[in-house]
Write a new protein. Structure first.
Length: 346
């Protein structure tokens, strides 16, 4: 499961725009930062990112998804200023990155941000150890320290014993693990991943998602993860932002998006999702009765577990399940008929 989020905001986007076209900045200023779709089309601007507002909480996996051309990759590059936004504010630990000097941005990227992209971009002339240690070499870290740190990351991603291999001696999944280890070597405060698994075969992709969940359980990073695959999004995300034509259409937990899609566009993403894999016990439970059932309870489950997780407990029992909150205190009970009704839904 994705880790629980905290209340501290790590990254904020405030009215972020990225327009392509001559005179875009001036046009936005004259329109008080609010150009309509009609005005964009008339002026010949391409609105890659349009008036995006969102918060990324410390320690959460925040997934940004949408179809090709929706603006998700442009937005994540604006967050690190690899692409310059046309206007708005991007606050990282309260500091407006759009007011930072080029030297300051280089420092932030080198020491506080990690990035993994769809294409692994490994240096072919360097070994696994050399590739993973490379960001620390750029920082000027001494050889022994950077190699020790690199070896730790290589072991963390399951490549111990392959330190001296070269990229062309590795499988696609192994190469992506090297890319992940390299980005983690600087111990980033925030980790940007832009469709990191989309170039992998389905089986390897599933394995990498498992590995990603395991790593997050250990590292508890603040993560912005880009994907066009809703199944991947709901498996990994604490919260999801869905984009269309440069705008954020809806932000919510996977459960919120499936149960209450904001419009037909969001509903199209979610209609094939197995609801039992998304809906959590806390949304389906009933109030705890004053008296315990005559036959007792069939077990105890948590409010954060999914219905698919707990359904097997009803295979050989009709007894209700006691539900406890994240604090371990009794929160309600889960009935078999309610679970069966959800399991029968597509």
């Amino acid at each position: 499961m994705p880790n629980e989020t905290t209340s501290h905001v790590k990254l904020q986007c405030r009215s972020v725009w990225k327009l392509f076209g001559s005179g875009a900045s001036a046009a936005l200023r004259s329109a008080d930062g609010n150009l309509t779709d009609e005005a964009l089309a008339k002026a010949g601007f391409i609105g890659a990112v349009r008036d995006v507002n969102l918060d990324v909480q410390e320690g959460e996996i925040f997934v940004i998804m949408g179809l090709s051309g929706s603006g998700k990759s442009t937005l994540v590059r604006c967050m690190s200023r690899l692409i310059e936004p046309t206007s708005g504010e991007i606050l990282f630990n309260g500091e407006n990155l759009l007011a930072a000097s080029p030297a300051r941005m280089i420092e932030i990227r080198r020491h506080q941000m990690g990035m993994v992209f769809q294409h692994f971009a490994l240096l072919p002339h360097l070994s696994v150890l050399g590739n993973v240690a490379f960001p620390l070499e750029v920082q000027g870290v001494d050889r022994q320290t950077r190699q020790e740190r690199a070896r730790e990351m290589i072991e963390l991603v399951g490549l111990k014993g392959r330190e001296d291999f070269f990229p062309n001696e590795l499988s696609g999944g192994q190469q992506q693990r090297v890319g992940i280890a390299r980005s983690l070597c600087v111990e980033p405060e925030i980790w940007f991943l832009d469709e990191p698994f989309s170039a992998l075969d389905p089986l390897i992709r599933g394995e990498m998602q498992d590995e990603f969940i395991r790593l997050q359980g250990v590292l508890k990073k603040t993560i912005v993860f880009i994907t066009h695959d809703f199944d991947e999004a709901i498996r990994l995300a604490d919260r999801i932002a869905i984009m269309k034509d440069g705008r954020v259409v809806q932000i919510g937990t996977p459960e919120e998006l499936v149960i209450n899609p904001a419009d037909d566009y969001v509903a199209e993403f979610t209609h094939n999702v197995t609801k039992a894999k998304v809906i959590r016990v806390g949304s389906l439970m009933k109030p705890l009765p004053d008296l315990e059932p005559n036959d007792g309870y069939g077990g105890e489950v948590s409010v954060v577990q999914t219905i698919a997780d707990v359904a097997p407990l009803f295979i050989n029992s009709v007894k209700p399940l006691r539900v406890v909150g994240v604090d371990g205190e009794p929160a309600g009970c889960l009935m078999r008929d309610d679970v069966v009704a959800i399991m029968m839904q597509a």
